[in-house]
Design a protein around this ligand. Sequence first.
Ligand code: ADP
Length: 246
Amino acid sequence: MKESAILLCDDVTVEFDGFKAVQGMNLKLEKGELRFLIGPNGAGKTTILDVICGKVRPSGGRVTFGKVDITKKKEHQIAELGIGRKFQAPSIFPSMTVSENLEIAMRQRRTVFATLFAKMAEEERSRIDGQLTMIGLQNKADWRAGGLSHGEKQWLEIGMMLLQEPEILLLDEPVAGMTDKETDKTGELLHEIARKRSIVVVEHDMEFVRNFASKVTVMHEGKLLKEGSMDEIQRDDRVAEVYLGK
Ligand code: ADP
């Protein structure tokens, strides 16, 4: 099974001024997996995403992406290797159109290539069209991104990430602030993305997790508390204790 793991966090510890925000955390992600990471506030979920994308350097343990040890790599190197991170607030260019935002994202990793091969332009156009359809914004390509709904902005940013072709997407509460309809659409979008790529989602919205998660990792006080299907998680006494304080 280990051969198919695309990401391994092995005994990862993170300290902030002596305080252990993450303690000996293990996480194994398979190719094409959509994993939900849950746990109470302060459990260390965001910190572990920060470690994976190189924003935070762990004080112990190892992070491996495919066969590459990325523990000591810098954020931009990890992004180039194929791990994309999306934060809660969408980072889009509001005064540009939806299409222009996607073009910028695509060219970020493709400048030299695009310059060398003039006929890329047509291929680029069709990739952008495909992406617009996937994120459901095909009829809003010429809208100013700033005029989109909150959910649409999030999808646009996900589309921008995808055009950089990451193998792993790390998402921080992607449905926060979305309507129910937008939330469901996002769940479907994540499943579609996970047909080709792997995703780790930090999520607080338990209904969303129940509806869309196949495998869930629960963190508590910087450690792995439980891992399994949503059914297994819900039946676990320790998880109930942590969430309900009983
Ligand atoms: P979660 O995402 O599960 O809510 P975090 O990973 O954000 O948890 O935080 C885990 C713990 O680490 C919390 O106690 C938080 O206060 C602490 N923490 C996070 N980032 C920092 C930081 N930069 N400096 C000091 N403490 C931090």
